[in-house]
Each structure stands twice: as structure tokens, then as C-alpha cells.
Design a protein around this ligand. Structure first.
Ligand SMILES: Nc1ncnc2c1ncn2[C@@H]1O[C@H](COP(=O)(O)OP(=O)(O)OP(=O)(O)O)[C@@H](O)[C@H]1O
Ligand SMILES: [Mg+2]
Length: 259
């Protein structure tokens, strides 16, 4: 199996912030989910977002894409406030793209038709659409199922279609909510490679990825964030993160290792 060439960005040439969450708080039905959360993701960074079930990782993605509005705080992209901007504005002007944890597919359309539905929206040149769809079909090994309706695809195949749809637009910000879930071992490896290539191809693109496969995720992340008890409890390089006593106590446990 090929070794993924990940060059860790230990020192970013320009510490330009891409996404900033400033003092974000959010409650659902008076139950506080996020309490005064602040963090910055830099241009070109791959960030792993980790934390126990129900801690608010998907909620953070929904806040960044514009599906939710915080009760308090601001979200900035490229130093501009986007907190009040609608989803389509963030998708088109800031090129934000998401692989959702669940759903995201038109179940009665084929895999190819799902890709075309998104390509119609995000790729202006008609001639380019087919080319890019074919590229994604090949990248995510969807050739044998491209004419099958999404409702008949396996869990891992659905996830691959989601990934292909999210990357069709050459996004500048890629949010992936549990992208490794349901993928077989080779597909995880391929996806890790794809994510690292996304960074290499465009060094201003940033990716935030949430997954419970912490080892697979941290091995390709420049930095990681651990959420626990409504707060960010750690935000540092994978090496520092796994040695962080609070992160060990609240998330990793004692025996967790990356290699
Ligand atoms: N629309 C909603 N209404 C009420 N509660 C919600 C809503 N959306 C999310 N929640 C609650 O907010 C909390 C955070 O949910 P979220 O989906 O962000 O967790 P998560 O960290 O992504 O968990 P997982 O690892 O299981 O995917 C959960 O307790 C969930 O029940
Ligand atoms: Mg989630």
C-alpha cells in the first residue's frame, strides 16, 4: 500500500486566517451545546475536529455553512463576517463545500444524475461539467455504479458520491463530517491521499474534518481540535494533542497512539 506523502505544515508561511469562530454560543431548546467557542483555521490547513458523540461537531459545520445561526458570536471567512449570510452566498462567494454526516443525495436519481445536478449549479461551462464528473467518478471508483439509483447504493458507495459531489466545485473550504465512516480500508487510504492532495494542489484551501477514526484523521491533519463539555479543550498539532492531559482524560484515554 502506498505511503501517503504528508508534509506537515509546522510553520505556515503566512498565518492568514481562513475561518474564524469568535465566542460562539448555541443552545437547542435551552440546552447549551456550544459555550463561548473560539478558534481560527488558517489558509492551507487541514484541521481534525474531534470529540465525543453529541458534543457539537456537526453543529459547528452547520454554523459554518449557514444552516444554523449562533445565539452569540461571529463567524468570519477571509476576515469578513458571514454570520448573517445565507448558505448559497457562502457556497458561491467563499466556495464552502460540505460532505454531510447523513443524507445529501437525491435518492431517486442515479449516482451520475446526482453529480450532474450539482455540476449544473456549480460549474459554469457546460463542456467542463462532464469532464469533471468523469474525473470524480474515476477518483472515487464509482464507475460500476454510476447508473444505479442512490437509494440502492451501499453505505460506503453513498459516502463516495457525497465526497465526489462536494469536490466538483473546486472548493476553497472543505468541511467533511465523518468522511471515513462506512469506507473500506483501501477507500480510507485513498481518501486520505485525496485530502492531502487537495492541500498540495491549492495551498490556500483549507479542510476541516470530523471523524471518530481519530488515528486516520490525525495522521493527515496539521492541527486538531478537541471539543468536550461545550468547549474547545485543546487546539494544537496531533503530536501535542495526544500528549495533552486534558484531551487524554476527556477524549483519547491513556493508550491512544497515532503510529
Ligand atoms: N436541531 C436540533 N434540535 C435539538 N437538538 C439538536 C439539534 N441538532 C443537534 N442537536 C443536539 O445538539 C448536540 C450536538 O449534536 P451534533 O450533531 O452536533 O453532535 P456531534 O458532535 O456531531 O455528534 P456525533 O459524533 O454523534 O456525530 C446533540 O446533543 C444533539 O442532540
Ligand atoms: Mg456529527
Amino acid at each position: 500500500m502506498a505511503i501517503i506523502k504528508k508534509f506537515y505544515i509546522t510553520k505556515f508561511k503566512e498565518e492568514r486566517p481562513k475561518i474564524e469562530l469568535k465566542n460562539i454560543s448555541l443552545s437547542f431548546n435551552k440546552r447549551q451545546i456550544l459555550d463561548n467557542i473560539s478558534f481560527t483555521i488558517r489558509e492551507g490547513e487541514i484541521c481534525g475536529l474531534l470529540g465525543p458523540n453529541g458534543v457539537g461537531k456537526s453543529t459547528i459545520f452547520n454554523l459554518i455553512v449557514g444552516l444554523l445561526k449562533p445565539d452569540y458570536g461571529e463567524i468570519l471567512i477571509d476576515k469578513k463576517k458571514v454570520t448573517g449570510l445565507p448558505i448559497y452566498h457562502r457556497a458561491t462567494n467563499f466556495k464552502v463545500s460540505i460532505v454531510p454526516q447523513y443524507g445529501g443525495l437525491f435518492l431517486d436519481l442515479t449516482c451520475y444524475q446526482n453529480l450532474m445536478a450539482i455540476a449544473d449549479l456549480v460549474i459554469k461551462m457546460k463542456s467542463e461539467r462532464i469532464f469533471k464528473i468523469e474525473k470524480m467518478i474515476s477518483k472515487f471508483e464509482l464507475d460500476t455504479v454510476k447508473n444505479i439509483k442512490a437509494k440502492h447504493l451501499s453505505g460506503g458507495q453513498k459516502k463516495r458520491v457525497n465526497l465526489a459531489m462536494a469536490l466538483l466545485s473546486d472548493p476553497k473550504i472543505v468541511l467533511m463530517d465523518e468522511p471515513f465512516a462506512g469506507l473500506d480500508l483501501m477507500a480510507i487510504r485513498n481518501l486520505q491521499e485525496t485530502i492531502v492532495n487537495l492541500q498540495t494542489e491549492d495551498n490556500s484551501r483549507c479542510c476541516i474534518i470530523s471523524d471518530h477514526a481519530a488515528k486516520d484523521l490525525l495522521s493527515i491533519s496539521d492541527r486538531g481540535i478537541i471539543l468536550a463539555n461545550q468547549k474547545v479543550i485543546a487546539h494544537e498539532t496531533p503530536k501535542d494533542l495526544i500528549n495533552n492531559e486534558e484531551a487524554k482524560r476527556l477524549y483519547f484515554g491513556d493508550s491512544f497512539k497515532i503510529n
